[in-house]
Design a protein around this ligand. Structure first.
Ligand code: ZN
Length: 340
């Protein structure tokens, strides 16, 4: 999540402006939207679809997004039919405006089942049992009471993303016909449970969502609700699958610039995680808490958001080594990890 990548080949020289669609390939338009946190923007995609449009990802739910969509739908899209709204995964910058958009345009929402169901849970008020499980997760990790109370307050809410009650299911290896072209649906775990990417095979274009990004490593986090999940293993597997796509594949990511050189980027991301794993192997020669591992990997001066991400990311690396049976775990009030 924190390292920067080498400069990749960025074929589109025009810088997009917020709210002004930019054609990046025939019939494929990038719509850059602001988001009110660290990443600054999200890239959404408008695909020409016969007499109308298909939209991929929707933006964070806020007044600014509403104004941009009002403008884009009436001026750029000329109030033509929106055939589909597709959401790659449940995070609020991707899903946030889905309810508003589908209500406004009467378009059906397309998502994967795991993302739809995860969203149903993620944006609801947590039950007392869920809050308790989350507190215990952080206690076992070794966080201070102060950190725990600030992290517990940090949670998505129904104000970040208003979710439609129904959806159309997309799953891996389906094909979508958009403007008489076949888009292959790919799905991957790691960043989120069933994240969708869309691959236009005939033109080697990949709408990648957050699964692969040009300059930052997507956050790979373990959630309290599945504390032993090997999400890093799943993510590294997804990188292997992506690396098998054609070398000429052009990547349309959700954050940052469009780039060529998928295999090179995948390799960098893989090496970044390998570096983190090696750091843990060295550091855990003696018993260490999750928190100590997190501070070794990411430092101690972290904002609440970065701490939230760093806890999940450190746990993902620990769980990976546990699954490989390279680490032992001594469960206690604060769990201790040690290399075997
Ligand atoms: Zn995401």
């Amino acid at each position: 999540m924190l390292q920067r990548a080498k400069v990749l080949h960025a074929p589109i020289k025009t810088k997009p402006d917020f709210g002004i669609p930019l054609e990046v390939s025939k019939g494929i338009f990038l719509l850059k939207m602001p988001i009110p946190f660290a990443l600054d923007h999200i890239n959404l995609w408008l695909l020409r679809d016969l007499d109308g449009w298909t939209i991929v990802d929707t933006g964070f739910y806020c007044e600014e997004s509403i104004q941009i969509w009002e403008d884009v739908l009436s001026n750029f899209c000329q109030r033509e039919t929106i055939h589909k709204v597709i959401v790659t995964h449940f995070h609020p910058d991707h899903l946030g405006m889905a309810h508003w958009l589908t209500k406004k345009t009467q378009a059906p929402l397309y998502m994967s089942r795991a993302e739809f169901l995860t969203a149903q849970q993620a944006y609801q008020e947590p039950t007392p049992a869920q809050t308790l499980a989350r507190v215990e997760f952080y206690q076992h990790f070794g966080l201070s009471e102060e950190d725990i109370s600030s992290l517990i307050k940090r949670r998505p809410s129904s104000e970040d993303a208003q979710l439609p009650a129904t959806y159309w299911r997309l799953e891996a290896e389906q094909h979508l016909d958009i403007n008489h072209e076949k888009w292959r649906v790919l799905s991957f775990a790691g960043h989120s449970p069933e994240h969708l990417c869309l691959h236009l095979v005939s033109r080697d274009i990949l709408i990648a969502g957050d699964q692969v990004l040009p300059t930052i490593s997507p956050n790979i986090s373990v959630a309290y609700s599945e504390p032993d999940a090997n999400v890093l293993g799943a993510y590294l597997d997804s990188l292997l699958s992506l690396a098998r796509l054609d070398v000429s594949t052009r990547v349309l990511p959700s954050h940052g610039v469009i780039f060529d050189g998928l295999q090179e980027r995948v390799n960098d991301l893989r090496l970044g995680h390998e570096k983190g794993l090696e750091q843990i192997r060295q550091f855990c020669k003696q018993p260490r808490s999750g928190r100590a591992v997190m501070e070794e990997m990411f430092g101690t001066r972290l904002s609440v958001l970065n701490k939230f991400l760093a806890v999940g990311e450190a746990k993902a690396h620990l769980n990976f080594l546990m699954a490989k049976q390279e680490l032992s775990l001594k469960e206690a009030t604060v769990d201790q990890y040690q290399i075997i």
